[in-house]
Structures are given as structure tokens and as C-alpha cells.
Design a protein. Structure first.
Length: 123
């Protein structure tokens, strides 16, 4: 049996993709809220021991709803993907070959599992 790299991080709940960027003049830049989350989440990664998973990866994300508001689950992914690249955990978000995301009832606000992508699913 082959051993494959798996990394697990607990992170603060990510901001929605709707709140990541603001327009300044003719440029899109990271919002203050996004920069604050990225800084805090980056510290979480450092405290848990930053590890690197090279090449194609599979991501599994489990999120606990922070309140009763209606939220789109997929809107949480961009901030997480960019954080993993910015922190050099993965090489590039284009190398995410499989993605799973779900709401869970309890636990850390956001748990991310990163594994080497080792096989394709049958179509």
C-alpha cells in the first residue's frame, strides 16, 4: 500500500466570495475584511505546522454555519483556495483536481483536508 500525503487545517470561517474584492479606481483589490481573514487564517496554518502538498490535490472542506443566515456553500471556496496558495501549502489552485465541500453540525468553523490527487473518478 502506498502512503499519500494528507494535511489537515482548522481555520476561521472564510468570507464569502462576494466580500473578497473591492474596486479602487479601475483596479480590483482585496477587501479589508478579506485581508484580515487571510492574515488570521495564515497564522492558524503556521501554528498548526505549515506543510506542502505538491502537484495535483484533492480538497475536502467541512464548514459549521456561523449563524442562521442563508449562505451559498460554494462561495466559501475561493478564499480557502487562495490562502492555501498564498501560504505555499499547494502549488496553485488550478491543481485542485477534486473538491468536496459540506456543511457540518459541529466542530471547528472550517476544516480543510488536502491530499495528493491519486486517481480519477469514473465518469
Amino acid at each position: 500500500m502506498t502512503s499519500h500525503t494528507m494535511v489537515r487545517y482548522e481555520l476561521p470561517f472564510p468570507p464569502s466570495v462576494n466580500n473578497l474584492f473591492v474596486t479602487v479606481g479601475s483596479k480590483r483589490v482585496r477587501s479589508t475584511r478579506y485581508k484580515a481573514w487571510a492574515k488570521e487564517a495564515g497564522q492558524f496554518i503556521l501554528l498548526q505546522g505549515r506543510k506542502r502538498v505538491r502537484g495535483p490535490v484533492s480538497l475536502s472542506v467541512a464548514l459549521v454555519r456561523p449563524d442562521r443566515r442563508t449562505r451559498d456553500l460554494s462561495n466559501t471556496l475561493k478564499a480557502i483556495e487562495d490562502l492555501l496558495v498564498d501560504m505555499s501549502v499547494i502549488d496553485d489552485d488550478s491543481l485542485i483536481h477534486r473538491l468536496s465541500v459540506q456543511w457540518v453540525s459541529s466542530g471547528a468553523p472550517c476544516v480543510v483536508l488536502i491530499q495528493e490527487a491519486v486517481e480519477e473518478m469514473a465518469a
